[in-house]
Design a protein around this ligand. Structure first.
Ligand SMILES: C[S@@+](CC[C@H](N)C(=O)[O-])C[C@H]1O[C@@H](n2cnc3c(N)ncnc32)[C@H](O)[C@@H]1O
Length: 210
């Protein structure tokens, strides 16, 4: 039988390379139940992989781009996960409060944000941290993945040139300082629990209300 959504599925090349390492970190910090809200899910390849890898939680994907939401929903359908996970929410982190269904709000147990903070204005970093801090119950983690500077310094030549290319595309974009993220989080009561050096000069930051 032909798949009516097949042409909607997008393939983001980096996801196949990082889905395993990110999943390995998630396996150490995700709660054993509840709803995990993923911001900026993009193609949806991470969402379906993590729903399959962590069947005890409900993975709630989201993205403000209609094209991306179609891709996410097409991936859910393609993998036969329709009964296990919800469709993608139309969620722009800058539009607050975030439009979460009440069931999601009640069971929210983690927020995951992969590769958003450098491809968006600084206000998005602030919105992610402020809103996550407001919504997450005690001890529920906010997990952020992407490239970061350490103490204002790029950790590799490739990150430095990626940063320049981002700023050429939009001067408000750019690789953020990990310390700035930690500071913003601290102001909202989210403490750094752990951070992991990831392949290809990326980092996973785990924050949580103590
Ligand atoms: C580089 S892609 C990352 C997608 C996916 N997380 C991944 O790692 O493959 C950035 C994503 O952020 C989304 N995005 C951009 N601005 C956003 C905003 N203000 N709020 C939420 N998502 C946003 C885009 O639509 C896009 O899907």
């Amino acid at each position: 039988m032909s798949d009516p959504y097949d042409s909607d599925r997008l393939f983001f090349p980096a996801t196949q390379r990082n889905v395993g390492p990110i999943g390995d970190v998630l396996s150490t910090v995700l709660p054993r139940s509840g709803v995990v809200l993923e911001l900026a899910s993009g193609s949806g390849e991470h969402a379906i992989a993590f729903q399959q890898r962590f069947p005890f939680i409900t993975w709630q994907p989201s993205d403000p781009e209609a094209l991306h939401r179609r891709s996410i929903n097409a991936w859910i359908d393609h993998k036969g996960l329709n009964r296990r996970m919800p469709t993608a929410l139309n969620l722009n982190v800058l539009q607050r409060p975030w439009p979460l269904p009440s069931a999601t709000l009640q069971s929210l147990s983690a927020v995951v944000c992969i590769n958003l903070l450098h491809i968006s204005p600084p206000e998005c970093s602030q919105a992610v941290i402020e809103e996550a801090a407001k919504l997450l119950p005690r001890e529920a983690p906010l997990i952020i993945y992407g490239p970061f500077k350490q103490n204002g310094v790029h950790t590799s030549a490739s990150n430095a040139s990626f940063d320049s290319s981002l700023r050429q595309r939009d001067q408000r974009w750019g690789i953020r300082d990990q310390e700035w993220i930690e500071q913003l989080a601290d102001q909202q009561g989210l403490k750094l629990i752990d951070w992991h050096q990831m392949p290809a000069n990326n980092v996973t930051i785990v924050l949580r209300t103590p």
